[in-house]
Design a protein around this ligand. Structure first.
Ligand SMILES: [Mg+2]
Ligand SMILES: [Zn+2]
Length: 240
């Protein structure tokens, strides 16, 4: 598995594009620290794992160049609100197109650079992007639903799984969430269609929540964290 640090992608981009002005604005801009609905720090210590294709962006198959990459409406704003609330945002994505020879790592870097640039105007940013470049037949430890990318994030970021969520569009994402024991949200913007949701619920592999978009997933996540904090507070009071 491979982690691209956000800084490294920008460094590479700076070398390639010679556009330091555009790049320098990224880390420096400060988000407002409060939001009426989501107080700053509400998600402090929380990690949100995000699938990429079908979750953040439409998935036409294998995306091979930045030109093919666009975010779903509202995604940048939704990620900005999670970030403002203090969450760490880590993308975990299967990119077997690399093993299949459909795209190179350089092209993947360029796509991720575009992803970060699309987030900038909303003051949103990612903390890391992990990708699995392997073929399903390689038997690697990092292709979702295997937990390799999450384990790497735990090592590198000290992720607290009790305070983590995974948002994805594929049953593989939900299975991974269950394997590592984090709460999961399925978005129906990708491979699982809204009409398949009932079947999914009946199968016993249901996520904690099903949302029609990442925007809705982010709203539910914030309310879930609030609700659970109240429950914990309530339990404490009972024990006193
Ligand atoms: Mg996906
Ligand atoms: Zn892998």
């Amino acid at each position: 598995m491979t982690r691209i640090s956000v800084d490294r992608v920008y460094d590479t981009a700076m070398q390639q594009l010679g556009d330091p002005c555009h790049v320098s604005g990224v880390a420096g801009e400060k988000s407002p620290d409060t939001d009426e609905k989501n107080p700053a720090g509400m998600l402090s210590g929380y990690t949100i794992f995000l699938d990429r294709d079908g979750t953040l962006n439409p998935d036409p198959g294998y995306i091979k160049s930045p030109d093919q990459f666009e975010l779903f409406p509202g995604v940048a704003k939704a990620l900005a609100s999670l970030k403002r609330a203090g969450a760490r945002l880590i993308v975990v994505t299967n990119q077997s197109g690399i093993a299949r020879g459909f795209l190179s790592r350089t092209e993947l870097d360029a796509i991720h650079l575009k992803l970060m640039r699309l987030l900038e105007p909303a003051d949103a940013s990612l903390d890391a992007i992990y990708f699995c470049p392997h073929h399903p037949d390689d038997g690697c430890a990092c292709r979702k639903p295997n937990r390799g990318m999450i384990d790497q994030a735990i090592r590198e970021w000290g992720v607290d799984l009790d305070r983590s969520y995974l948002i994805g569009d594929h049953l593989r994402d939900i299975e991974l969430a269950k394997r590592v024991g984090v709460r999961s949200i399925l978005v129906t913007t990708g491979v699982v269609l809204p009409q398949e949701v009932e079947q999914l619920k009946a199968s016993g592999s249901a996520p904690d929540w099903i949302a029609s978009s990442l925007v809705e997933a982010a709203d539910w996540l914030l309310s879930d964290v609030g609700r659970r904090a109240v429950e914990r507070g309530g339990r404490q009071t009972t024990h006193l």
